[in-house]
Design a protein around this ligand. Sequence first.
Ligand code: GLN
Length: 475
Amino acid sequence: MDIKGLTIKKIHHDLVKKEYSAKELAKEYFDFIKKEDEKIGAFLSLSEEMAMSQAGEVDKNIAGGKGLGVLGGVPMAIKDNILIEGLKCTAASKLLRDYKASYNATVINKLKASGAVFLGKTNMDEFAMGSSTENSAFKITHNPHDLERVPGGSSGGSAAAVASEMAVAALGSDTGGSIRQPAAFCGTVGLKPTYGAVSRYGVMAMASSLDQIGPFTKTVEDAAILFKELSGQDIMDSTSAPVSYGDELLNPKIEDIKKLTVGIPEEYFVDGLDKNVANKINEVVKDLEKLGIKTKKISLPHTKYALFCYYIIMPAEVSSNLSRFDGIRYGTREKADNLIELYKKNRDFGFGPESKRRILLGTFVLSSGYYDAYYGRAQKVRALIKQDFDEAFKKVDVILTPVTPTTAFKIGEKTDDPLAMYLSDIFTIPVNLAGVPAISIPVKNNTGLPIGFQLIGKHFREADILGIGQLYEKM
Ligand code: GLN
């Protein structure tokens, strides 16, 4: 059996036609992973037993005439900050190296109900903080297109698993670009849904006002299928919104899509943007015009403050969220003589340097006397950035930008320079601050390292970006 190029759609078709069974398919994937992942390093742990039993269930349902769920038999990889009951969930942190999840994230329950098969948990930057997956406490993940390069981050393992065909699809989380940037570096599709479209219950919180879970897939069509399954209001996440997405996600009307106007913001084509990336993005603009879509120059004037704003709000929320890791409630415990020593020992041993840096920064910007000067002002800037998008979306339906300024960089190239690393999220961060949805799609006819373009939509208008994406993909 050839698993190369398999999509969610194709697997559904093949299983219905009985070309192979879900168990045979899962077995093929594990055989391939065991060879391939030695050089890629995408997985932190495999869940073969669980997967085979899930696949067996799918086969039983087909044989018993019970039908096939939308994701029936689809082999998926899950980022290691999303809880699956009974499996290790480490967030790539030493602190949680032996932690086992005691319940399922809502997205996991949804995937299970839909028949997905979980292959394993993927590598990431510790607690989702980073842009290269080099902040993992456990291993380096290599970019499948060039093993000397990073896969991006923080969901680098999920992106690399899909790009190397070790999984048909994967879940990641995106707080400032962690789905879209690795998708761009690895040449996969990656969707960050609207804040509130997908429940965050059971994902380890990084910055709660920015975090969203989303899919990595090989095609935009698959992203639409998977997103539809993930979305919906959840009583366990008070920030999840009462929206339901209809069939327009899956079957976009070509005539309606062609009526959309796409804005190109001048602030995203600046110094530091690689020439080759810029050229390729311009080609995409021309391709969309060929499809009959109108394009228009627009301005998002506060873009230049987004990175600074993010590096105040995000660490503030991080310092508060990560305070729960006190060495008592989760994971293993380092021995100590008294409580304060216990906290110190566990947090010092458990957190890597990037986590410590952000906890310190966040504690500082929230401390009395600095709160108004930093955190309060950053919140005001965030409002302005959101206003930019509101204004732009009065003139256009969708915004097109690069995903990240360069192609994948070399392993080790930016590890000593956090600021250089932070810059790779300059085009993705404003989207999280505004809470709007965005997708990274690989540009076509590209012979070098993968390059992604970003389509940003209005709140809860995933249908627009997925629609244009599907048109582009099929042209
Ligand atoms: N790379 C960004 C950061 O380091 C975004 C991380 C994320 O989206 N989880 O914060």
